[in-house]
Ligand binder design. Structure first.
Ligand code: 8X3
Length: 256
């Protein structure tokens, strides 16, 4: 991984941040995208101090197509040769029923999880094709495999991530590029706190009674896929805690 350029969207929290640490620890160079300049700066400092790697912060909201285009097109030449794109930026807001939910929330979720991922893919992948080298790693979800109560819109967006990953793999089949869709189950990050609009007690209840995955667990799997020999394409990974069987079937006891 030494000196490879890894571009991570939504890099300042959760799975994105864990990936930044994992790839930095292996000597990669990192383009880190996020929306919060202070968090981006703090992460850059943390990584450069800890791993002595090069970090290029790229501040934009993946929902803003013009900002994304401007930021990516203005990358200095030495940062343009992106080897791995990790399309991680994504979120969920609310647990409403499809006929009752908040359209403004849903627009944010759809624009980030689908259109944002597509925008960054569209901007980065042509360069990879031109260089005949690259790996696109999309963060999907178990939620993309089947809808669950209160997850209708989120599940639809992660279903879209599966279709976009499969479609891209088809479109790139005559190239050396690889496409991977990582589908986590329960991972304890800021994800549920955001979902419950900041209500930490409700978020904690989602994971209480079992040992959830961490961002680091997912980063390990992503790193494994990225490190596979060049002829090996890990197309999909579904990864859950040991006491989770489906998006809705879990075993919870008092030991956690
Ligand atoms: C996160 C998994 O089941 O909480 O994408 O929606 S779930």
């Amino acid at each position: 991984m030494k000196n490879k350029i890894i571009f991570i969207t939504g890099s300042t929290d959760g799975i994105g941040k864990a990936c930044a640490h994992k790839f930095a620890s292996a000597g990669a160079r990192l383009i880190l995208n996020g929306r919060n300049p202070e968090k981006l700066q703090a992460l850059k400092q943390e990584l450069t101090e800890k791993y002595a790697v090069e970090v290029f912060p790229l501040l934009f909201d993946v929902r803003d197509r013009n900002a994304a285009t401007q930021a990516i097109e203005s990358l200095p030449t030495e940062w343009q040769f992106i080897d791995i794109l990790i399309n991680n930026a994504g979120l969920v807001l609310g647990v409403d029923k499809e006929h009752e939910g908040n359209l403004d929330d849903w627009e944010i979720v759809i624009d980030t999880n689908i259109k944002g991922l597509l925008t960054v893919t569209r901007l980065v992948v042509p360069g990879m094709v031109g260089r005949g080298r690259g790996h696109i790693i999309n963060i999907g979800s178990i939620a993309g495999d089947a809808a669950y109560p209160g997850g209708s819109i989120y599940c639809a967006t992660k279903s879209a991530v599966k279709a976009l990953s499969d479609g891209l793999r088809i479109d790139l089949v005559n190239t050396p590029l690889r496409v991977t869709n990582i589908k986590p189950g329960l991972v304890e990050t800021h994800f549920s706190i955001t979902r419950f609009h900041g209500d930490k007690a409700k978020a904690d209840a989602v994971y209480k009674g079992l040992k959830p995955l961490t961002g680091e667990d997912i980063a390990e799997t992503i790193f494994f896929a990225a490190s596979a020999p060049e002829h090996v394409q890990i197309a999909e990974v579904l990864i859950m805690p040991v006491n989770q069987a489906t998006a809705t079937i879990t075993y919870k006891n008092n030991n956690h």
